[in-house]
Design a protein around this ligand. Structure first.
Ligand SMILES: [Zn+2]
Length: 416
């Protein structure tokens, strides 16, 4: 566990320079307060040093625009207005109760809460449950019309202890888990700042793969908490700014430029996200795979384009990224004379991201079906997790892993 600290100490000289840069950026913003800042303070690239971990808001998929959410607290609790903190009601414990919305106001059971934006704050951390799952922090309950949305608000470090156990097996080497943790922290902060700069005031992240998988305390263990503590506050930066530290399971031999394989995220086209060869994930069970799809099924899965009653005759890769992942794909059908062109990402999501493991594949006709023979699992931008696992096994420390997969990036501590 101490490895990470040792690694940081080893680059202490450089680290101090980076810290100095970050401090200077912060000082610049501080000095210009009252006048126009040279860089907007809410830009995702701005990383002032913090005194403590930020409180983040994670929208729970179990309670997104839902008709009801089941909430319980095993101890004292209060419901407070989110904007003013005014206490609306309190109790010694809350048995499992339906949280619902009626005309923009929250109800717990049949009791109205006199507000449509209410925090449920437990007296003791970790006693709050949504359904069967325990959560740290508090729960923001937002009523819109007759639908309810819930957002778990908690300390970033506590959030990471839950994410780590959901995004990587906790029996991995320390170095691999530490690298995963720093990547996850950096990604969460980047998403938080992006959300806030867009003016999103409900939540910073979701609890699924569109942010990072977070299942409350379900996958939190002593080990995940220890890894988070060993890397506390550490994030990846490039040119003094945060960037989206993407990661995926198995790159299949070469990570890819993020802007090519994740066009919807509009990632910056910077050195740490440009991709590089990876010889470390060869032993991944997802390194090679093969899957067949009936021609009619492909057409119906791509149905949004009007192909549903049709049959796909040919799938062609029109453009590939340097590592071989498809960037543009052409789909021809029996009924339509013109080929439909789509991004590799659109094609994979339409066919099912768990069935079509990646966009690095060869296509071959197989009678009524089309066979895809490919490599890797996931989008292949940023860190290759199975590569990080193997690097850790081979004795690389977490800093070496991060610097391998995000070339040119530095690791700094944003807070103690
Ligand atoms: Zn790899």
């Amino acid at each position: 566990m101490g490895e990470f600290i040792v690694a940081l100490a080893r680059i202490a000289g450089r680290l101090i320079l980076v810290f100095a840069g970050v401090t200077a950026a912060f000082a610049l913003y501080s000095c210009t307060r009252g006048g126009p800042p040279r860089r907007p303070p809410d830009s995702p690239a701005t990383i002032p040093l913090l005194t403590s971990p930020p409180i983040i808001g994670v929208r729970l998929s179990a309670g997104t625009d839902a008709s009801q959410v089941v909430l319980s607290v095993a101890g004292p609790y209060e419901f407070r207005r989110h904007d003013t903190g005014e206490v609306l009601s309190r109790g010694e414990s809350l048995p499992a109760s339906g949280l619902t919305a009626r005309e923009g106001a929250c109800l717990i059971g049949t009791t109205p809460l006199r507000g449509g934006d209410v925090d449920c704050v437990p007296g003791k951390d970790g006693t709050l449950r949504v359904g069967e799952t325990a959560y740290r922090g508090s729960l923001r309950c937002i009523a819109i019309g007759n639908r309810i949305t819930v957002v778990n608000r908690l300390d970033l470090e506590q959030y990471l202890a839950g994410v780590l156990g959901s995004e990587a097996p906790l029996d991995w080497p320390d170095a691999s888990l530490e690298a995963q943790c720093v990547a996850a922290r950096s990604y969460a902060l980047w998403q938080m700042r992006s959300a806030r700069s867009r003016g999103a005031d409900q939540a910073d992240l979701t609890d699924d793969v569109s942010s990072q998988v977070y299942l409350g305390m379900r996958n939190e263990t002593d080990r995940s908490r220890a890894i988070v503590a060993a890397t506390r506050g550490a994030v990846c930066v490039f040119n003094g700014g945060l960037f989206p530290t993407f990661y995926s399971n198995t790159c299949g031999g070469h990570t890819e430029p993020a802007f090519l394989v994740l066009p919807n995220d509009r990632p910056p086209d910077i050195a740490p996200l440009m991709g590089r060869p990876c010889e470390f994930c060869e032993l991944s069970p997802r390194y090679s795979w093969s899957e067949s799809f009936p021609r009619k099924e492909i057409a119906s899965r791509l149905g949004a384009g009007g192909l549903s009653a049709d049959e796909v005759t040919q799938v062609r890769i029109l453009e590939k990224a340097p590592g071989g992942h498809a960037v543009k794909i052409g789909v021809a059908t029996r009924k339509q004379s013109t080929e439909r062109v789509m991004t590799g990402l659109e094609f994979r999501l339409a066919l099912g991201a768990r069935k079509l493991m990646s966009t690095k594949f060869e296509v071959a006709p197989a009678g009524d079906s089309i066979r895809f023979t490919g490599n890797g699992w996931g989008h292949a931008a940023g860190m290759c997790q199975m590569g990080a696992f193997r690097m850790g096994k081979s004795g690389f420390d977490s800093l070496a892993i991060l610097k391998y997969y995000y070339p040119g990036a530095e690791v700094v501590r944003l807070y103690e």
